[in-house]
Design a protein around this ligand. Structure first.
Ligand code: KG4
Ligand code: ZN
Length: 398
């Protein structure tokens, strides 16, 4: 049986208060050290995110060893600040929630070990959370904060980030949630494609926000990047439900190679080197600095690349939503911060009569508020982690 956060058992007779539970969330699965306090899964009380972008920027991607070290350095001040901002202490919180996986092994270990030690020392229950479930609950937290407590079911969630492009049918049973995976990327995640293309074109790290900005200045119809439909019957007989008879898979490694080919065929190498030289002498280059260092051909390429990814994500997700008779669509994860993805989803979902919800940009990328929010149903159900719980870099959801 694959390891899950749900096999956790209650080991101590904690005095669980059902109303107004303040949960301290801790997240350290990749390159953000984050802590937050959330009240009862519906009110964000404090939210601290320490981003390691500056550390990884020179390498054009996350270096796992450096990420672990940075988490070690940041975790204590980040957690203390989240508690102080919330006006809380270890005594006045009700539980500690932490990301168990998926993510980088060393990075996860820092957050989980610290959370375990805190839970033990403060005698508070510990709740282990799947990072992907966290991303889904970022949307739910903000909806409840706006006073929207009821979703129309069935709900389909697209989690689209640097590590994942996954589709889940989500259901709520009384207080708990269950998830069924109905599609995922076969190779690179969408965010990974943004980051790799940005690296190839010397546009800095992370690539998503930069390409989002630069794409506004280019022609999205300049280059045609076709995508294949990857829709097939689920071969696992266990999954032959009416709703997921077909799986919708994604693939984003091909477009990265297509961009590389375009660069070679159109002799863009020189302009890429020139940009590297221009930007290397600027301290903390801004998106405006990168824009000034881009020629028209680069801007058109970047706009066409983003357009192709957005088109593929939106059309496949909506086709899956229609197949499954979905009423509400949640789009979450770092790439959900993308402006073109948001406007395209909003317009096309409205055409189909489907409600589409996103987290705010702040809660789209990694944060701990989503971990604390996802923990609330488990807190109510007293699904507490065993003191021996370990991190699971390849933890699956559903
Ligand atoms: O959810 P997240 O913070 O971390 C993971 O769990 O992976 O997502 C980070 C990813 C990166 O690949 C980053 O380039 C991408 O999200 N991203 C974006 C945007 N902001 C972040 N991609 C496209 N457009 C954006 N505005
Ligand atoms: Zn994430």
């Amino acid at each position: 049986m694959p390891p899950t956060a749900f096999s956790a058992v209650e080991t101590r007779p904690y005095n669980v208060r059902v109303s107004d539970a303040y949960i301290l969330g801790i997240e350290s699965s990749c390159d953000e050290t984050a802590a937050a306090v959330v009240r009862s899964g519906e009110e964000l009380i404090s939210n601290v995110v320490y981003s390691q972008i500056a550390t990884h920027q020179p390498y054009g991607g996350v270096v796992p060893e450096l990420a672990s070290r940075e988490h070690l350095r940041a975790i204590v001040p980040v957690v203390r600040k989240a508690l102080a901002d919330a006006g809380k202490t270890y005594d006045t919180i009700d539980a500690i929630a932490v990301t168990q996986g998926p993510g980088l092994a060393g990075a996860l270990l820092v957050g989980l070990s610290y959370a375990k030690a805190l839970a033990y020392a403060a005698d508070k229950p510990l709740i282990a959370i799947n990072h992907l479930e966290g991303h889904i609950h970022a949307v739910l937290l903000e909806e409840r904060q706006r006073g929207q407590h009821d979703l129309e079911f069935p709900v389909l969630a697209l989690v689209v980030s640097g590590g994942h492009t996954h589709l889940y049918l989500a259901e709520r049973n009384e207080t708990s949630w269950t998830y069924r995976n109905i599609g995922h990327t076969r190779d690179d995640a969408a965010g990974e494609a943004f980051d790799k293309v940005a690296k190839l074109l010397e546009l800095g790290y992370p690539g998503g926000p930069m390409i989002d900005f630069l794409a506004r200045h280019g022609n999205p119809h300049a280059v045609n990047f076709p995508f294949a439909q990857i829709k097939h019957r689920d071969r696992n007989p266990k999954n032959r439900h009416a709703a997921d008879e077909h799986r919708t898979d994604f693939s984003y490694s091909g477009i990265k190679t297509a961009v590389l080919r375009y660069v070679e065929v159109h002799n863009m190498t020189e302009s890429i080197h020139l940009r590297r030289e221009i930007v290397s002498v600027i301290r903390n280059p801004t998106p405006q600095d990168y824009l000034a260092a881009c020629d028209r051909q680069t801007l058109d390429l970047v706009a066409s690349f983003q357009r192709a990814i957005v088109e593929d994500l939106v059309s496949k997700t909506l086709a899956a939503a229609i197949d499954c008779g979905v009423a509400t669509l949640l789009v979450t994860g770092g790439v959900a911060a993308n402006s073109e993805l948001r406007t395209t989803f909003e317009a096309r979902a409205a055409d189909e009569g489907i409600v589409v919800l996103f987290p705010s940009r702040k809660l789209s990328t990694d944060n701990a508020a989503m971990i604390a929010a996802a923990a609330y149903p488990r807190f109510l159900a007293k699904e507490f982690a065993d003191p021996e719980v370990s991190s699971e870099p390849a933890l699956r959801l559903g």
